[in-house]
Design a protein around this ligand. Structure first.
Ligand code: AMP
Length: 192
């Protein structure tokens, strides 16, 4: 079963996806992490993706689709996985549906982390200071938020209409949010 964490930059997707992966005993698959290591290693994919990432734009779908298909097909995630950072637009969501049908996996919950903008911006500024992520610079962050609003947020309606969406309040300590998500994983919190 594939679970998805959906939310804007700074919502805590990466942190919470790792906890949820441990809780459900499945791998955490972050397309952002996969791309960052491709850039570090200087692979063909990394070379193609770098400029988009630095600008805070989405990397072209065809590059991402291969990455996700490989992960789902090569048996890295036979019991499913937690997808963090994918899908990011309608084409990716529809491709995921096709890939799941091909590999015989089902979609679990799509967890939307809900966090207001002022909290997001504060968190990202903190992360920029702590981790020095190149795409956490102010101008790029503004673009990433804009890209999220226009391309990724419409997926909320996409998954809601299929009854797959659960909203989780992403404001609070890491531990509070972790417990809220855990309740969803244990089936104690139904669809929103
Ligand atoms: P993230 O760590 O998920 O915030 O991703 C960092 C950057 O990697 C994004 O700003 C995009 O440039 C790129 N990226 C990650 N996942 C995707 C995706 N599913 N589609 C397109 N670009 C992506």
């Amino acid at each position: 079963m594939i679970w998805i964490l959906l939310g804007p930059p700074g919502a805590g997707k990466g942190t919470q996806a790792k906890f949820l992966a441990v809780h459900l005993g499945v791998p955490h698959v972050s397309t952002g992490d996969l791309l960052r290591s491709a850039v570090r290693e200087g692979t063909e994919l990394g070379k193609k993706a770098k400029a988009y990432m630095v600008a805070g734009d989405l990397v072209p779908d065809e590059l991402i689709l291969d990455l996700v298909r490989e992960t789902l097909e090569t048996g890295d995630a036979p019991g499913g996985c937690i997808l963090d950072g994918y899908p990011r637009n309608r084409v990716q969501a529809e491709s995921l549906d096709e890939m799941l049908a091909e590999v015989g996996q089902e979609l679990g919950r799509v967890i939307r982390l809900v966090v207001p903008d002022d909290v997001l911006i504060r968190r990202i500024a903190g992360r920029a200071a702590d981790e020095g992520r190149a795409d956490d610079a102010e101008e790029t962050v503004r673009n990433r938020l804009q890209v999220y609003r226009t391309q990724t947020e419409p997926l909320v309606a996409y998954y809601e209409s299929r009854g797959s969406l659960t909203e989780v309040n992403g404001v609070g300590s890491i531990d509070e949010v972790r417990r809220r998500i855990q309740r969803v994983a244990e089936g104690k919190a139904g669809p929103r």
